[in-house]
Ligand binder design. Structure first.
Ligand code: GDP
Length: 282
C-alpha cells in the first residue's frame, strides 16, 4: 500500500508573485520549466542557511516551532554536496564531517536577517563499514529516535546514489518513517550524481525509484551539471511555507549567490554494510 499521502500536489498558493500558480507548473510535473521567480526566491531563502547547533542525541536539541527538514542517506550518497549546492555555500555541510561532529545531528537555520523560519537538519550518513559496531548501533537508535519523535520535523529528503539504487538501509529507513509519512510528513528521494548516468539510465532509475517511493516525490540531481537544483529548492520552500501560512521572512530574500560553485571532489568507493543485528528502534 502506498504510504505517501499525496499532500505535495498542492499549488504554490503562498509563493510570492508566482508567474503561474497552476498545479500543472509544480515541480511534480515532468519537464515543466521551473518558475524563475519562485526558483529565485527559493534559492535566496536556502542561501541564508547558517550553522545553528549540533547534538549527539535528540534530547540535546532545542525544541523549535519552525518547520524542520532532515537530510538523510547512506555515506557517500552526495548529501553534503547536495546541501552545499542548495545553500550555495562551499563548506556548510562539510562542517558535519569535522572530527567530533560526524555522528552528530547538525542543524542549520534558514531565514533572513537572523529571523529563523525553518531549519535544515543534516543527519550523518549510514552504512559506512569502517564505523565500529557499537557506534553504528548507537547511531541507528539516535537517528530512528530523531525521525520518529522530532516534533517539528515536517519533511525528509533521502539522498540516494542511483548507481547503487535504494539500499537495504534506505528501505529500513522508509519503514521507520512510514507512520509519520502516512500522517502527512513530506518525503523526497533525491537521486544524486545524475551526471554519471546516461539519459536512458536516468529515466529508468527515476521510474523504478518512483515505484519504490510509494508515490512520494523523486528528483534527479547533479551538483556538477547543476541539474535539479531549482526543482529541489522550490519543493523545500513549498514544504516550509504551506498555503495559508504567510511568512514575513520570504519577502525580499531574492539575492542568490549564483556564482558560488560547489566543489565536487573525486569520490572514493565506500563499502556498504547492513544494519547490525536488527532494524533501528526508537
Ligand atoms: P556524503 O557522504 O553523502 O555527504 O557525500 P559527499 O557529498 O561527500 O559526496 C561523496 C562523493 O560524491 C564525493 O566524492 C563528491 O565529490 C561526489 N559527488 C557528490 N555529488 C556529486 C555529483 O553531483 N556529481 C558527481 N559526479 N559527483 C558527486
Amino acid at each position: 500500500m502506498p504510504f505517501y499521502n499525496g499532500a505535495l500536489g498542492s499549488p504554490y498558493l503562498s509563493m510570492p508573485t508566482p508567474r503561474n500558480p497552476s498545479p500543472a507548473h509544480s515541480p511534480r510535473t515532468a519537464k515543466a520549466a521551473p518558475d524563475k521567480s519562485a526558483a529565485t526566491v527559493a534559492m535566496g531563502w536556502l542561501h541564508t542557511a547558517r550553522f545553528l547547533t549540533t547534538a549527539p542525541q535528540l534530547h540535546f536539541l532545542p525544541a523549535l516551532d519552525v518547520p524542520e527538514i532532515a537530510f538523510v542517506g547512506r555515506s557517500n550518497a552526495g548529501k553534503s554536496t547536495c546541501i552545499n549546492t542548495l545553500t550555495q555555500q562551499k563548506q556548510l555541510a562539510f562542517a558535519s564531517k569535522k572530527p567530533g561532529r560526524t555522528q552528530h545531528i547538525n542543524l542549520f537555520a534558514l531565514g533572513k536577517q537572523g529571523l529563523m523560519d525553518a531549519v535544515l537538519t543534516d543527519l550523518p550518513g549510514y552504512g559506512y563499514a569502517a564505523v565500529p559496531k557499537q557506534d553504528k548501533i548507537r547511531w541507528q537508535q539516535v537517528m530512528a529516535n530523531y525521525l520518529v519523535s522530532r516534533q517539528n520535523l515536517m519533511g525528509i529528503v533521502l539522498m540516494c546514489d542511483p548507481r547503487h539504487g535504494m539500499t537495504e538501509l534506505d528501505e529500513i529507513l522508509l519503514e521507520v518513517i512510514r507512520p509519520r509519512v502516512e500522517e502527512g510528513l513530506k518525503f523526497l528521494i533525491v537521486l544524486t550524481k545524475a551526471d554519471k548516468l546516461t539519459r536512458s539510465e536516468a529515466a529508468k532509475i527515476l521510474s523504478i525509484t518512483k515505484l519504490q517511493a510509494g508515490g512520494g516525490e523523486v528528483m534527479l540531481f547533479s551538483a556538477t551539471k547543476r541539474q535539479g537544483i531549482e526543482d529541489v529548492a522550490q519543493l523545500l520552500w513549498k514544504w516550509a511555507h504551506p498555503p495559508g501560512k504567510a511568512l514575513a521572512a520570504t519577502g525580499d530574500v531574492a539575492s542568490t549567490a549564483q556564482g558560488v560553485e560547489t566543489e565536487v571532489e573525486e569520490e572514493a568507493e565506500v563499502p556498504e554494510e547492513g544494519f547490525e543485528d536488527q532494524a533501528p528502534t526508537p
